[in-house]
Ligand binder design. Structure first.
Ligand SMILES: [Zn+2]
Length: 410
């Protein structure tokens, strides 16, 4: 991709509306466009990152045997009245009537809708168990939208729902999702912790939260620095009795054993092997997809800009052309790297070197390659690792090997 032809429009100034580091960097580096407070559009760079996050999530959901669907964003209020959550979530629900006077809302979550779908088709234990999931936009009328995608009115979530005949089945699916979440979050370079949590408005018997320590977090966990353990409640460490310290946390995932709260209220029953009517046993499993974009930006950055992990960076390499005469060489490097499966943002703009370096650091692709005047004699490019700052001089015919090594794709 040539920078000169791209829709990347970074800003020199810090945006005035920015409320935290990630918000500032994502706006300044042009990953996000702020439509209005709490409402964002994902620009090409941001959408590339989100697409990669989604791909990682989808892969693990599919490996766990979950099946993808896509539910409606507009939902009738009457399904919410069955569980009473039209009242519980009243404050944050975007409600409206259509021209036929139907009471509708923009889905803040999808437990009620999935239960309606499943009960329409499932009537025997023989059709169980299964897990359904979607990656979709959700809406909450946040009283205080803040910190960009951390707390926004419109956001993208992955939500999965498991259906079983008994609690042993739920336990198996719950552990399956728990494992899948670890594999997923390990790929985002987030220093996450898992804590037992209160199921709250979702209901059910047990839940676990996946949390990332960050100054802008709105949840608090208590940390024992000796045992490296986090606790939900202040009180001395249960293992070593040392004092624990509060740490602010951002929630990126939450899994719940819902049990029969929804199936009973919505009459989602199936026949068990003795022919008795039993309510479905449910679990639900959420990941804040757009929030991960912000959480990674918040925790992986420096004074110069963003530092994306290789797994979700918009491009693998930013290639700066600092000598116009080397443009053809640069394009040939781009083309063989692309053939190897690496994506390259070629900065071919007429701007001064300083501007190009600033933008390369700000955007934060994992490698910055420089092809400058020295190349004429040396036939070597300089490659900088954005995260470590380590620099390498590499001959053109060794570039392929270097990236194969760095990405373990040999
Ligand atoms: Zn301890």
């Amino acid at each position: 991709m040539l920078y000169s032809k791209s829709f990347i429009n970074t800003s020199r100034e810090d945006p005035k509306v920015a409320e935290c580091k990630s918000h500032k960097l994502l706006l300044k580096a042009n990953f996000l466009y702020m439509v209005s407070s709490g409402i964002y559009s994902y620009l090409p760079l941001g959408w590339k990152v989100l697409t990669k996050i989604n791909k990682i999530i989808k892969k693990q959901m599919d490996l766990a045997g979950a099946q993808e669907l896509f539910m409606s964003a507009v939902q009738p209020i009457d399904i919410w009245e069955k569980t009473g959550r039209d009242k519980d979530l009243e404050e944050v629900m975007f409600r409206f009537k259509d021209r036929k006077d139907r009471n509708l809302c923009l889905g803040p979550t999808h437990e009620e809708e999935i239960t309606e779908i499943v009960k329409r088709y499932i009537n025997s234990y023989k059709q169980l168990p299964f897990i359904l999931y979607q990656i979709q936009t959700k809406f909450r009328d946040e009283p205080r939208p803040r910190f960009g995608l951390m707390r926004s009115s419109e956001f993208i979530m992955k939500d999965a729902y498991s259906f079983d005949i008994d609690s042993q089945g739920l336990e198996i699916n719950y552990q399956k999702m728990h494992q899948a979440y670890k594999v997923i979050f390990d790929q985002f370079k987030l220093n996450y912790v898992i804590s037992e949590a209160d199921p709250g408005a979702m209901g059910g018997s047990a839940s676990h939260e996946f949390m990332v320590p960050a100054e802008i977090g709105e949840d608090i966990l208590y940390f024992c620095s000796k045992c490296k353990k986090y606790y939900k409640k202040e009180g001395k460490c249960l293992s070593c009795q040392s004092e624990t310290k509060p740490e602010k946390m951002v929630e990126i995932g939450h899994i719940f054993k819902l049990g029969t709260k929804y199936s009973k209220a919505q009459e989602a029953f199936v026949l068990d092997k003795d022919g008795k009517r039993k309510p479905l046993i449910m679990g639900c499993y959420g990941i804040g997809v757009s929030r991960i974009l912000s959480a990674v930006a918040e925790t992986n950055s420096d004074d110069k800009g963003l530092i994306w992990p290789k797994t979700i960076a918009p491009f693998d390499v930013t290639l700066l052309i600092l000598d116009k005469e080397q443009t053809q060489e640069a394009l040939s490097i781009e083309s063989f790297l692309q053939a190897e499966g690496f994506s390259v943002l070629v900065d071919d703009r007429k701007d001064p070197a300083g501007v190009k370096f600033n933008d390369a650091y700000l955007i934060g692709n994992p490698y910055i390659m420089i092809i400058g005047k020295n190349y004429r004699k040396s036939k070597k490019v300089e490659v900088e690792n954005r995260e470590t700052g380590q620099k390498h001089e590499i001959a053109k015919d060794k570039i392929k090997d270097f990236f194969r090594d760095e990405y373990n794709t040999k």
